[in-house]
Design a protein. Structure first.
Ligand SMILES: NC(=O)C1=CN([C@@H]2O[C@H](COP(=O)(O)OP(=O)(O)OC[C@H]3O[C@@H](n4cnc5c(N)ncnc54)[C@H](OP(=O)(O)O)[C@@H]3O)[C@@H](O)[C@H]2O)[C@@H](O)CC1
Ligand SMILES: [K+]
Length: 519
């Protein structure tokens, strides 16, 4: 699903008006009508005081039109106009008059802190102060109003965007943003709904289709995409009946150190479960018995060193090498890692300590082969690209890194973002239960397993991240968040694949419980 910029949404708006022969007031009525339908469906006529705060632009116009529709349905509506500017939009003014004609009184004008109404605890608040037109910090008194609404702790519905949130750049003041309970956003979600600093403001997101011009939406490229099930269904490569294990590639997992062999165990199991034809692990000698016992399906090459890898001389028979899980950052490991990068030509997935070694000597980044995949969590990313000022700056720095290595960078988080050059692929699956030791090792294994089967690296990263998250969602149905451990992700990976092509209407209790049956 594409995430459009504010400018693109305005262009889509114009294209719709031109191609459908309608005006912007018609489109506003459509948008407000959709918001009304949604709210009416939740309230079902229940009488709660509805406090609607409207700006003076088109977001405010939406709020007034919504207020009128709610009044027509006999809801208890209290409307306010936040008069932050005299520059009222045309559609706002039309809806201002229409509102008066319905309610017989004007909405109350707010011009300073003294005008703020008390908000009853049982009120439903509608925030239609600013939408995608916000382009500078809020005036002090408007910020105070936002704080006043947030402090009321009432259920708050943001229209299009929580007011105070910037859509295409960093939000300058995180105290001046409406904390919405639900965001009714028009046509497509907006990028900051998925970024760590701002995601908490939009909370539960409902996308309302207001029928913006289909051709414009289809043909306009966006920097950011939200990856959902239909996107990954297209990525899946079905298996040919006559295929054999050689068809699905050979992966090598390089890593492990004394006390951290579990990381390699998890990665190689995940790699196999993701569908790799064959896997080999290259580990310090002390891990030999552990690996052979824990994963009989994997081959093991034990290095001479007992506790840390020093010598990384591996053959070039693999389609991809994952390196870094449990590796450690011993000085001797660093030397061997550098030597390895100087000669290696195989596709790489770099995680954990491989990223820390790269961060210790950034010159090593120049030795990476084209099209490698880096999977840092924010701490590892910061060590690689330096401190960022905000989420947009982080994306910019990650884009530079991706371009400089000509490869893929996966920023792990609640919404994992895969960055390739200046494209962002935002993942929609996963849950807080996955914040557990070894979860990243499983992801590394999945991505590597997909690459050796022939998925291109970008697809392997985007698809792998989705699968990792959807598998976690299925596992959590059985384990709950607290008890989810990385090994569960491996056990449920098969369900993750099967679920890709299952209807989402499958009742929750039957989805993903195959593990119990097959054990
Ligand atoms: N496009 C679509 O698809 C559809 C859009 N629709 C709706 O329109 C909304 C966008 O409306 P909008 O463009 O009128 O902007 P909005 O957010 O109401 O802001 C109002 C104005 O305030 C100003 N301003 C900015 N920052 C400021 C500040 N800090 N303090 C004071 N003033 C400030 C700035 O004007 P300026 O002063 O810069 O000239 C800005 O224009 C959108 O979110 C959706 O709800 C739907 O109706 C139909 C389909
Ligand atoms: K709003």
């Amino acid at each position: 699903m594409k995430l459009f910029s504010a400018k693109q949404l305005k262009e889509a708006d114009q294209a719709t008006e031109k191609n459908e022969g309608i005006t912007s007031i018609d489109l506003m009525e459509r948008a407000a009508g959709q918001a009304f339908e949604w709210i009416d469906a939740q309230l079902k006529g229940q009488q709660v005081p509805i406090y609607i705060f409207c700006g003076i632009g088109n977001n405010g116009g939406d709020g007034l039109a919504l207020g009128r529709l709610l009044l027509n349905k006999k809801y208890d509506v209290h409307s306010f106009v936040v008069n932050y500017s005299e520059n009222r939009s045309k559609c706002f003014l039309i809806n201002y008059d229409r509102y008066k004609n319905t309610s017989k009184e004007w909405p109350k004008l707010l011009k300073s802190v003294d005008d703020f109404p008390d908000i009853p605890a049982n009120a439903l608040v509608v925030d239609a102060i600013f939408g995608i037109g916000l382009n500078r910090p809020l005036d002090q008194w408007v910020k105070q109003l936002v704080i006043h609404i947030n402090q009321s702790k009432t259920f708050t519905i943001a229209i299009d965007v929580p007011s105070g949130m910037f859509v295409d750049s960093a939000t300058p003041d995180l105290e001046a943003v409406i904390e919405a309970s639900v965001t009714l956003t028009f046509q497509a979600p907006k990028l900051p709904f998925f970024l760590p600093e701002t995601a908490r403001f939009s909370n539960s997101i409902q996308v309302l289709n207001i029928g913006l011009d289909g051709n414009y939406l289809a043909e306009t490229p966006t920097k950011a995409k939200l990856i959902t099930k239909p996107d990954v269904q297209k990525m899946y490569q079905p298996r040919d009946k006559f295929s054999h294990k050689g068809t699905f590639g050979h992966a090598l997992i390089v890593g492990g150190s004394y006390g951290k062999m579990g990381a390699v165990t998890l990665a190689v199991k995940a790699c196999l479960r993701a569908g790799a034809g064959k896997t080999t692990t290259y580990i310090p000698e002390s891990g030999y018995t552990i690996l052979q016992t824990a994963v009989p399906e994997a081959m093991v090459i034990a290095a001479q060193e007992s506790k840390h890898l020093v010598d990384f001389s591996v053959s070039n028979e693999y389609e991809a090498i994952a390196i870094g899980v449990g590796l450690g950052t011993d000085v001797k490991t660093m030397k061997g890692f550098k030597k390895f990068l100087e000669t290696n030509k195989t596709q790489l997935v770099l995680d954990a300590d491989a990223l820390n070694l790269l961060a210790q000597d950034k010159e090593l980044l120049k030795l990476l082969p084209k099209n490698c995949v880096l999977t840092p969590h924010p701490g590892e990313l910061e060590r690689l690209v330096g401190k960022w000022k905000n989420d947009f700056d982080k994306l910019k720095k990650t884009v530079s890194l991706s371009k400089s290595i000509d490869g893929v960078v996966v920023i792990k988080g609640a919404y994992t973002i895969t960055v390739y050059h200046d494209q962002y692929y935002i993942n929609s699956t996963g849950n807080p239960g996955m914040a557990t030791a070894g979860s990243g090792d499983v992801l590394t294994g999945i991505i590597t397993g997909l690459i050796v089967q022939g998925y291109d690296v970008l697809t392997a990263a985007v698809f792998g991240v989705y699968l990792h998250g959807s598998t976690g969602d299925l596992a959590a149905q059985q384990t709950g968040y607290n008890s989810l451990i990385a090994g569960d992700l491996i056990d449920f990976l098969g369900d993750g694949f099967i679920h890709l092509f299952r209807s989402d209407n499958v009742p929750q209790e039957t989805a993903g419980n195959n593990r119990k049956n097959s054990n």
